[in-house]
Design a protein around this ligand. Structure first.
Ligand SMILES: [Zn+2]
Length: 349
């Protein structure tokens, strides 16, 4: 009975070893086949979609991280909804891994926002620059030869956009020069209009006053409320508006002939704005009386005043002479309203 049992146990053990041997041979064969045919790799998925296979997960994930967090140059920030997920797999040895495709897929779903510097004129965007420094230097260049009273309303504004679209320096300059040209033109037109209105105002004011009758020898008169007195005694040798042999144009003043060296007085209170030689006027004194009224005293033999000096009707400003375009000693006296010569005899004599 015992012998039968021992034999049976022996038999069983032998069978077990045989099976184990077979199993290990089989496993070895399977393992060899697996190692020869397959390799381990990471399947990369992005929002549930397979985007490729990579061997070095650490390298790829650090590249992805670096790309998403990149804020170099004009990149303000980057946004990605989901980061890639990695799953270890055995893949056929023939199958190529594709790190580049994985990076491209990541880049395709990443939104990049850029920061630029817009140059605005008022509310209007005129140019977009990569650097604030460029924007500043262009503005300074455009403003450099501009009158301080002309305001182009230029400013720099930070802008955020998903489009990499900037202007070249040349484009920006052209655009700002356009603004400048238009504004300068507008400014000059404004100034001309202002001057015109000023002249009209002065002329209108002058016309509404009553003055000494033309032709009568009144020693004084008035203009825009200012009492005028004759600058020098003498005889009128040429009237306003007359032509003469030595003048091709209409006479812009009144000529009062008298001896050379006789004192000339300011017609009324004012400030000397010019005292010197000026072409056919010879030695000339110009006095500004305010309200757009100026008087000219020409052909002087001597000048006793200088620019900036305050004068009144008691000040001897110069002496009668024949300097410049004059045939004999006389005072050429002009009254200008808003820059336009008017007939002195409307206000004096
Ligand atoms: Zn004259």
């Amino acid at each position: 009975m015992n012998l039968i049992l021992v034999n049976w146990v022996k038999y069983c053990t032998k069978e077990v070893f045989k099976t184990l041997k077979l199993l290990s041979i089989g496993s070895a064969i399977v393992l060899t086949v697996v190692v020869v045919k397959y390799k381990p790799a990471y399947k990369v998925t992005l929002s549930g979609e397979t985007i490729g296979f990579v061997i070095d997960k650490e390298l790829v994930s650090s590249k992805v991280e670096k790309y998403v967090n990149d804020t170099s140059g004009n990149i303000a920030f980057r946004e990605i909804d989901n980061l890639p997920e990695y799953e270890l797999k055995l893949i056929s040895r023939d199958r190529k891994t594709n790190e580049k495709d994985v990076m491209l897929a990541v880049q395709n779903v990443t939104k990049t926002t850029y920061k630029f510097y817009a140059i605005n004129s008022g509310d209007e965007q005129r140019a977009v620059m990569e650097s604030e420094k460029d924007a500043e230097s262009i503005i300074n260049e455009i403003k450099s030869d501009l009158k301080s009273e002309i305001d182009l309303k230029l400013g720099i504004v930070e802008i955020y956009t998903d489009e990499y679209k900037v202007n070249t320096l040349e484009e920006a300059k052209n655009s700002l020069n356009e603004v400048k040209g238009a504004r300068v033109f507008e400014y000059e037109a404004e100034i001309k209009e202002k001057e015109k209105q000023e002249r009209e105002k002065v002329l209108k004011l002058a016309k509404t006053r009553t003055y000494a009758t033309a032709g009568s020898v009144a020693p004084s008169g008035n203009l825009n409320g200012m009492a005028l007195s004759i600058p020098v005694s003498g005889s009128i040798s040429s009237r306003f508006g007359e032509r003469s042999s030595i003048r091709s144009s209409i006479h812009t003043g009144l000529d009062i002939a008298t001896s050379s060296g006789n004192g000339i007085r300011a017609t009324t209170t004012g400030t000397v704005t010019f005292a010197g030689y000026k072409g056919s006027y010879g030695n000339l004194i110009i006095i500004n009386h305010g309200n757009g009224v100026e008087t000219y005293y020409a052909h002087c033999s001597a000048i006793y005043v200088s620019p900036g000096q305050s004068v009144d009707s008691s000040t001897t400003i110069g002496a009668v002479g024949a300097t410049g375009n004059a045939t004999g000693p006389h005072l050429h006296f002009e009254i200008r309203l808003g820059g336009t010569p008017v007939n002195p005899q409307n206000y004096l004599y």
